[in-house]
Design a protein around this ligand. Sequence first.
Ligand SMILES: *[C@@H]1O[C@H](CO)[C@@H](O)[C@H](O)[C@H]1NC(C)=O
Ligand SMILES: [Cu+2]
Ligand SMILES: [Zn+2]
Length: 141
Amino acid sequence: MPCVYGLILFTQSGSNERLKVTFRLYGLPVNSKQPRAMHIHEYGDLSKGCNSTGGHYNPLRINHPGHPGDFGNFVPKNGKICQSRYFDATLFGKLSIIGRSVVIHEGKDDLGRGGNAESLLNGNAGRRLACCVIGLGNPRN
Ligand SMILES: *[C@@H]1O[C@H](CO)[C@@H](O)[C@H](O)[C@H]1NC(C)=O
Ligand SMILES: [Cu+2]
Ligand SMILES: [Zn+2]
């Protein structure tokens, strides 16, 4: 399994602004164009590695890929994923993602079109390569 490492930065200037997510991930196979799914998972619990982060964070009890942390698929370039995108997840209020986790998967997210029950839960994205807990950063940095 590749050793994926790096940083994911979440910034949102207010509860009515969109969340900007900057991915800087390294360590994927250099010559692979394999799309990798990324999601926010329910628990910030790494006691059994990425396996203890639970399923997708799904506060509104809806189907995949409608979850706030369904980031979709990322195709690495030279083993790296370096990009910023806006998403509907939030750092504010009851639906805050702080304390939850991000998981990058081995495979591609079928975006709910896989034709089975798992597809509407997790997009059949396969094994978990790496994960991290979403914590608070110092605003003065
Ligand atoms: C997590 O689950 C995978 C797949 O079931 C397994 O291969 C792996 O050993 C597990 N890792 C840990 C840390 O439990
Ligand atoms: Cu996931
Ligand atoms: Zn999902």
